[in-house]
Design a protein around this ligand. Sequence first.
Ligand SMILES: Cc1cc2nc3c(=O)[nH]c(=O)nc-3n(C[C@H](O)[C@H](O)[C@H](O)COP(=O)(O)OP(=O)(O)OC[C@H]3O[C@@H](n4cnc5c(N)ncnc54)[C@H](O)[C@@H]3O)c2cc1C
Length: 593
Amino acid sequence: MTKTTTTAPNTGGGMWLFEDTTSGSVFTPERLSDEHKLIDQTADEFVRNEILPSHGQLETKDWKLARVLVNRAGELGLLGTDVPEQYGGVGLDKASTVLVGSRFGQSGSFGSTFGAHTGLAILPLHCFGSDTQKDKYLGRLVSGEWIGAYCLSESSSGSDALGAKTRATREPDGSFVLTGEKMWITNGGFADLYIVFAQVDGEQFTAFLVERNSPGLTIGREEHKMGLHGSSTTPIILQDVRVPSDNVLHHISKGHKVAFNTLNYGRFKLAVAASGNATAAIGEATKYAAERQQFGQPIATFGAIKHKLGEMTVRAYVVESMIYRTTGLLDASLKGNEIADAGPLRNILEELSIECSILKVAGSEMLHYVLDENVQIHGGNGFVKDYPAERQYRDSRVNRIFEGTNEINRLLIATTLVRRALKGTLPLISAAKRLEDEVTDPPTLVEASEVPLAEQRSTVLAFKKTSILVLGLSMMHYGDKLGEQQELLSCVADILIDTFGAESAVLRADQAAIDAPQNQLLQIDATCVFVNDAAGRIEANARTALASMSDGDSLRLQLAALRRLLRFSPINTVEKRRRLAETTVERGGYIFR
Ligand SMILES: Cc1cc2nc3c(=O)[nH]c(=O)nc-3n(C[C@H](O)[C@H](O)[C@H](O)COP(=O)(O)OP(=O)(O)OC[C@H]3O[C@@H](n4cnc5c(N)ncnc54)[C@H](O)[C@@H]3O)c2cc1C
């Protein structure tokens, strides 16, 4: 590993795997400023006072009300926190946007309306729009006067987004005529501006800005969904819709850049919303567990329930740590750049695509776990509609499907890393070679240390080496056919997700000695539980991966190398989860914010 001595984090995507990130260099929620806290409070009050009470009405598909609420969010500056002031935004950093997104994550269906409008319409227009397009549309979207939607998917192309069949035919006057049908479009029923992806002349994938009142554009019927009943999801049908050449977003044949960078940010923001949703649900679960009596005592006093509350807290803490660490990378790389210049933002979104996919998978699966256990803690009341647990469980299921399914994101995590290694932008091949020598050297004894988190730090180093070992061997074994080994790549992705999570938690807990000393012991508890359990998962994934490509003596040698890397002693996680759960109950909710 190359030891970095700077206190500034390296913003190169995936570089954390090869460098020893110094403690003190990552952004954490404990480092939010007073200005950040103000915007957080504004978003929190808006969601609690105006969105949550409207939820029942929104579920009747009252899109007039949805428009009013989007407009109100615009008045409060919540739709354009990171948009330049010249377009009506507030011009703040990404940390502010994360705080707002996290609060909206607690707002159920409206979170989806908000997410599509800000992340899938405002963001691509800000990043890829021409000055004329921004002058015409961005201010309207940021104020909430207009609502945006993003039309990529079609009935036959969801994951295979570039396989879209919608056609754009060039006309002699330079305009385009669009024909096709888009599926599952969030805000479809009431948007004013649609970002539509189509193939120009059948082969050049391109994004277009299409206004709602364009002749030939019709909106299909609302989908009957499992959840998110208060969010509009419809097909958008385009029959000979004429679009002026000025409304090509970015460049002809560069639609993939618009689509994928928008999705990168969307994945990051999905994790942010999941984090907000999970922390709120932990509050509800805690309150219920403290009040509900069985066998003459609150269910919160039972070990089985403490395990759940403790584990929910651990998982939410780790995802939150990864989110803020990534936010720090985004803000550090945008610092010093004019916010009006979208070029650096486009570049960093592409650069951090691995981290965005990691967050999407980790955030959505953490939320699924938390909401499932929330239902369980509520018992029968969790299965009926009188409590929010039932709706939240249904609403959250789609998080593992949209913004790229979790299967696709797992494949992206591993294949992007391999691609960058082959291009030489990530030092995977040299790191794998160094590791080959290291695992055959006689083992050095790790001295026991009293320093908090010392063991966890060296375990994280072992996680990184395991990732490099498995990836290096996979590349050697399969060469350019590695992309076909999806089960193996998914194992690699899971190892990387756990590694990034474990390191982010360790760094945050370490920094808490200065940033949040009153909470540091609890952060250490959460970190130790996560690292302990991640070690078991990483070992199992690595064994599955190695056994899928080797056998006999060669497998035995590889497994011996794995054992040398991953030497750790289990800790008492029961005691730590109990302490986390008891503090959660004492404080009445999620303890790390
Ligand atoms: C409520 C809701 C809102 C949505 N909002 C929008 C929106 O605003 N705009 C928009 O454009 N789209 C939207 N979508 C569509 C969404 O992005 C797609 O549903 C998603 O990308 C998955 O595509 P699909 O449904 O065609 O599934 P498929 O691609 O058919 O996938 C089915 C299964 O096969 C797996 N799979 C597919 N390909 C591979 C592969 N190569 N390797 C391994 N496994 C694979 C998938 O992981 C999945 O498990 C929304 C969907 C829903 C349900």
